[in-house]
Design a protein around this ligand. Structure first.
Ligand code: M7G
Length: 326
């Protein structure tokens, strides 16, 4: 799909201003990451379909310590407006095989047309390594009681840091990436591109809305009291995306994850035509369905059984197994 005029304008503004598409307000960690010094310890996961590889590596710091990092390398989707340039500016075009009217070639491109999206988590914790490691997965059925007795104590004792979320809400990071904000401390939120999306094409559009209010960990904490917040996210978020990127609300998949990785309420907005990672039935809960359920029963998400998948090495799976629930 072609880069929308809005995306193009935004990219050109940025490139003109900064000399590169990198945000000046982003934390320096990834920008300063010494990629060439990374020694790869393990391939955590590799996907031919996603054209991505997830690496666990180590970097020697100045003090001589070794620090773990997760590095994700991912080929990016084609951008329609680059195709003519790509065909013209190739550096080599080699025939691989030919048979009747069929043939395949290897096309080699100059570096600027051959970008690899690189995501860095540095320093990475053991939990990050686990998150990206390819493992067998098991379905869990968590009742409201299980949540109180098993899951809640577990997530209170160990879950990912949400400092990056607070940095966004406090305008300490990603400030110039914010697409829309409703600043109300109770019913407001910030909408910005998810870091999975490079914003260069709409095909894989992915944004997140992060609520300002703190202490709403996940779907499990929601009651009818939060309906105004959820309505604002759905309506205002959808309108902001339509205005900026030209995608209608009916072309968006708007959902929450259960379980999320980060326990501060946030909502995912992805292009409906995009098979986004994490939009499968055992994880994604459509925001509109969540709102209907809360309208029917304010305590719906405290009472209902929620099904989700856990990876083999996740300590929470062990907790469920020890309680005879998995
Ligand atoms: P989640 O359901 O808690 O976890 O969603 P998941 O990563 O397992 O899906 C958190 C969402 O926030 C994901 O879609 C992440 O890609 C996104 N995300 C994570 N981090 C650390 C950042 C970040 O620093 N900036 C932005 N913009 N998005 C992030």
């Amino acid at each position: 799909m072609a880069e929308s005029p809005a995306i193009k304008r935004k990219r050109e503004e940025k490139e003109g201003k900064n000399g590169s598409a990198a945000s000046q307000n982003e934390r320096p960690a990834a920008g300063d990451f010494p990629l060439a010094e990374l020694s790869v310890l393990k391939v955590l996961r590799e996907s031919a379909r996603e054209k991505a590889i997830f690496l666990h590596g180590r970097v020697n710091s100045a003090s001589g310590d070794e620090t773990d990092a997760v590095v994700i390398l991912e080929k990016i989707p084609f951008q329609e407006e680059n195709i003519a340039e790509l065909l013209k500016k190739h550096t080599a075009f080699q025939l691989q095989m030919s048979n009747d009217i069929y043939s395949t070639y290897r096309l080699f491109l100059p570096p600027e047309l051959n970008e690899i999206k690189t995501t860095v988590v540095y320093p990475a914790t053991e939990k990050h390594l686990q998150k990206y490691l390819c493992q067998a997965v098991y379905l869990i059925q968590e009742t409201g009681e299980d949540y109180k007795n098993i899951t809640l104590p577990f997530i209170e004792s160990q879950s990912f840091s949400i400092q990056w979320v607070y940095n966004i809400l406090e305008k300490k990071a990603e400030v110039d990436r914010i697409i829309y904000e409703n600043p109300d401390p109770i019913n407001g939120f910030v909408l910005l591109p998810d870091f999975k999306w490079n914003q260069k094409q709409l095909d894989d559009l992915y944004l997140i809305a992060i609520c300002h209010r703190r202490g709403i960990r996940s779907l499990r904490d929601l009651t009818a009291e939060h309906l105004t917040l959820l309505k604002n996210i759905l309506q205002e978020g959808g309108e902001a995306i339509q205005k900026r990127f030209g995608l209608a609300k009916t072309q968006l998949r708007v959902y929450l994850h259960y379980q999320p990785s980060y326990f501060h309420l946030h909502v995912h907005f992805t292009a409906l035509s995009y098979d986004a990672p994490g939009c499968s039935v055992e994880r994604a809960h459509l925001l509109s369905d969540v709102m209907f359920n809360l309208e029917l029963d304010s305590q719906y998400y405290q009472k209902c059984t929620l099904t989700f998948a856990l990876r083999a090495d996740e300590p929470l799976l062990k907790e469920f197994q020890e309680a005879g629930k998995a």
